[in-house]
Ligand binder design. Structure first.
Ligand code: NAD
Length: 373
């Protein structure tokens, strides 16, 4: 498909290609929608096999950020960026500073942050060249590691689901099966353990399994392929996307699916299947927005209390989405999209109401006439 066709089909406002041969920088920034505010989303560094693959990734991810910010009630639009390169070999100070200058040239339309293979140290180099970056280290006035905040959001979403299914948000005595105890899964395990949940978990990384054994000793390890068969109240994907697919969906014993992983449903139709099976799916991009909410307040002066207050509200938004899903008789994933789209549309309308006034302030301007001359 041609580039302009891609962009217009997915509703993007702008896609910027940037190259600096002096430091081998090849980057694509995609700004999806800025109705609600400047586009915010992380930068991913990946050795993409082709430019087309990089473009598709950045288009898909930036669109996802528009929905995530909208449903989270943030005054932010959706954007994302990719740097084409091998993170093990191609990272240099010059590359990230050159990239920072690119971001600066966009004048605040796009704000970047960490993503896969872009760390807080890389952010520090970007921050030398532009202020339009968040996820900056705490020592430099930023918000630091987002994982505990993402985990808190997932926990609030889980409480909403428990309220819906069991009539109480209390996790004590509930059985939770976690796939992936990396940055977020580990933080979530600690919260659940402190509140008396029974945890089963799996991982493929020996260090992360060891950390669980030391810090959450009551949790029980199961092999990676067994996590879908664990009889539990909540199945919690915190590893990769598309883990709820044709192969796993019939094995799940849980009444609730609620985790941090992005794009847990392999396809939208899996949301419909879960609804038919009476399994409550908790919208992934809302409940994993704690990290985004946390960085979003860096510009106004980050504080732990402010961040937690915002994230606690995920409980109410999740309940609201369950109720839309019921009233409209649509799967939860679709109800989440509806809520996000409704917010964007309503804000778009209030913006146009002032455009008329602006035009009236310049009644004498005749730009077309000027060009004709
Ligand atoms: P992470 O890389 O720290 O943790 C992922 C863990 O999953 C690792 O320990 C890894 O070994 C494990 N894993 C990978 N494949 C597995 C498999 N097949 N079976 C079992 N375990 C497996 O990542 P993270 O930051 O904890 O993020 C987890 C998920 O949440 C990702 O999908 C990420 O996109 C999403 N997310 C994270 C954040 C955040 O703040 N970090 C925010 C939003 C969404």
């Amino acid at each position: 498909m041609a580039m302009f066709e891609h962009i217009s089909t997915m509703g993007h406002e702008q896609v910027i290609y940037f190259s600096d041969p002096s430091c081998n920088l090849k980057a694509i920034v995609a700004i999806h929608d800025t109705t609600l505010g400047p586009a915010l989303g992380g930068t991913r560094m990946w050795p993409y096999a082709s430019e087309q693959e990089a473009l598709m990734d950045v288009l898909r991810l930036s669109r996802g950020m528009t929905y995530k910010a909208a449903v989270s009630g943030l005054n932010l639009g959706g954007g994302k960026a990719v740097i084409i390169g091998n993170p093990k070999e191609d990272k240099t100070e010059a590359l990230f500073r050159s990239y920072g200058r690119l971001i600066e040239s966009l004048n605040g339309r796009y704000i970047t942050a960490e993503d896969v293979n872009v760390t807080v140290d890389d952010i520090e180099n970007i921050f030398v060249e532009t202020n339009n970056v968040v996820g900056v280290a705490k020592v430099h006035g930023g918000s630091g590691n987002p994982a505990p905040y993402t985990a808190l959001g997932v926990f609030r979403g889980m409480e909403a689901a428990l309220t819906k299914v069991f009539g109480s948000r209390n996790v004590s005595g509930k059985v939770v099966a976690i796939q992936g105890v990396g940055a977020v899964g580990f933080e979530l395990s600690k919260i659940l353990d402190e509140r008396g949940a029974k945890i089963f978990y799996t991982d493929i990384n020996e260090d992360n399994i060891q950390r669980m054994k030391e810090c959450v000793p009551k949790a029980e390890y199961v092999k990676p392929e067994e996590i879908f068969d664990v009889p539990c109240d909540v199945h919690t994907p915190c590893a990769l996307g598309a883990s709820i697919n044709d192969e796993t969906i019939n094995r799940l014993k849980a009444k609730i699916i609620c985790g941090a992983a992005n794009n847990q449903l392999a396809e939208n139709r899996h949301g419909t299947i879960l609804k038919e099976k009476n399994v409550l799916y908790v919208p992934d991009y809302l409940i994993n927005a704690g990290g985004l909410m946390n960085v979003s307040i860096e510009f106004e002066g980050w504080s732990d209390t402010k961040s937690r207050r915002m994230i606690d509200n995920i409980y109410n938004t999740t309940l609201n989405i369950f109720s839309i899903s019921e009233t409209e008789n649509v799967p939860v994933n679709q109800a989440t999209d509806l809520l996000a789209e409704k917010r964007i549309e309503s804000i778009k309308k209030i913006k146009t109401s002032y455009l008329g006034n602006v035009a009236h302030r310049f009644p004498g301007r005749k730009r077309r006439h000027y060009i004709d001359v």
